[in-house]
Design a protein around this ligand. Sequence first.
Ligand code: FAD
Ligand code: DLZ
Ligand code: SF4
Length: 511
Amino acid sequence: MTTLRLVLGDQLSADLATLQDYHTDDVVLMCEVSDETTYVKHHPKKIAFVLAAMRHFAAELALRGWQLRYVTLTDPANTGSFTGEVSRAVRDLGITHLVVTEPGEYRVRQMIDDWPTRLGITVECRADDRFLCSSDWFKRWARGKKQLRMEYFYRAMRETHGILMEGDRSPSGGAWNYDKENRKPPKRGLTSPKRLQHPRSTILDAVIQMVGPRFAEHFGQLEPFHLAVTREQALRELDDFVSRILPHFGDYQDAMVRGEAFLNHSLLSTYLNAGLLLPLEVCRRAERAYREGQAPLPAVEGFIRQILGWREFVRGIYWLHMPTYGTLNVLQAVRPLPDFYWGAPTHMACMAEAVSHTRMHAYSHHIQRLMVTGNFALLAGLDVKQVQAWYLAVYSDAYEWVEMPNTLGMALFGDGGIVGSKPYAASGKYIKKMSNFCEQCRYDPDETVGELACPFNALYWDFMARHRAQFETNPRVSLVFGTWERMGETRQDGIRQQAALTLERMQRGEL
Ligand code: FAD
Ligand code: DLZ
Ligand code: SF4
């Protein structure tokens, strides 16, 4: 009996559960489908990355002599959807049984769950063991807890996997978390280290030639294209990051610098999320650098926390709370996304900078996502669905399991505090401290009211005042309301008017 083994575009790992018991009678199905390239209008770089990485992965399976059914986007028989392509393969090959690994998005899980009835086949949907925490483990860990906090989850993961541990219970260096030693404001002259460039394969060339004209109206620049598209190249990225850049990772993790998209970040999320790198190997590689004296503990711990902690935590949250999670909007944010998210001109230097990195690289680093584009969306009350669709479309590492909790939860507080214990709301003061953007901005980060006042300032106070009932009892936020009270009514009114004016100007495209 032939088993059909479906591999999705973010499952490009040789040891994927789907492939572990491949038999010579079986067929591996991979399909490029228009539904996946357009369910949001993905950045052309992301589309080219996924398709080129899929084709390279398929070529590696073919080299092993495996039977493969690979459907290209331009194949005239292509139906344009996973369901259509599985259905066609079932019919053409006389398939009765399909194996797949659980997908990264709830909407795809729904499709898969529908196949037994719709297509008359049996479907075995296997757990994705590339993650360090299974959905079941997370559910058990979460059971009975009033609040789920990443820090405790992370400690449990360190113990379970013996990462940065001395013996069973002691964290390396004596502390679990070295955050206080990280996150300095940028020093003058801080730049990004030069990054690797990979030789272009004929596969990548062909994909780029196809993607360019076909997705020309999607936001984002396809060229220059420097992403790794094979496991070998991704491993080179990992090595290069660990040996040259990791030692400096923590220091300026939150810094933002004009013209410098990458600074000391790893740029590994795109490869991790597509399966070209595995989280455990990345954590172990970083740990080895610490143990061999090549990188300091605060940098290594900070880096590992992002992967072993945050990455696994948000995935756990997503599967624990879907599908309800996707419907949440506790702050009732419904204002339309302004055009400057899609590259229309804005006088806000920080926003223009973050969007230009995004347009050019399908990347901006965490603090730009959180404290510039995310913070603005939070303060201005932008529609949570539109904001999520934007994040899902524009970043090459974006899949819903990781994008949604970060956007709806961490950035927009739309989940009411499931991901984070407080909103990441900040005025222009934070951006001024952590970047050099304000130096060349039309607006003044030290002014809250007036023609040239930084828009973040009035919006920040207006946001806090608007949601006072929600946040007043939160010990991590409540002090803010003392300051608000001390301003007095006249100042408060002035700030409210300034915020209203700012939102009007935003809607007119004049901000
Ligand atoms: P580094 O700073 O080098 O961090 C190392 C690794 O840690 C990353 O590669 C990533 O795998 C992991 N990581 C770090 N922070 C997080 C986090 N908060 N959640 C999950 N993993 C994390 N990350 C995505 O992978 N996909 C997304 O779609 C995504 N959307 C986001 C949306 C918003 C609003 C915010 C605030 C964050 C989002 N993140 C997302 C998290 C984070 O910004 C990116 O993982 C990071 O910027 C990727 O760049 P890097 O590889 O250089 O990361
Ligand atoms: C993101 C993406 C894109 C752009 N195209 C494809 C595709 O053509 N075929 C495919 O198998 N996967 C693609 N993907 C990744 C899927 O959207 C991803 O596998 C699902 O969202 C499940 O996480
Ligand atoms: Fe951004 Fe305000 Fe600074 Fe301008 S002044 S860069 S808008 S924070």
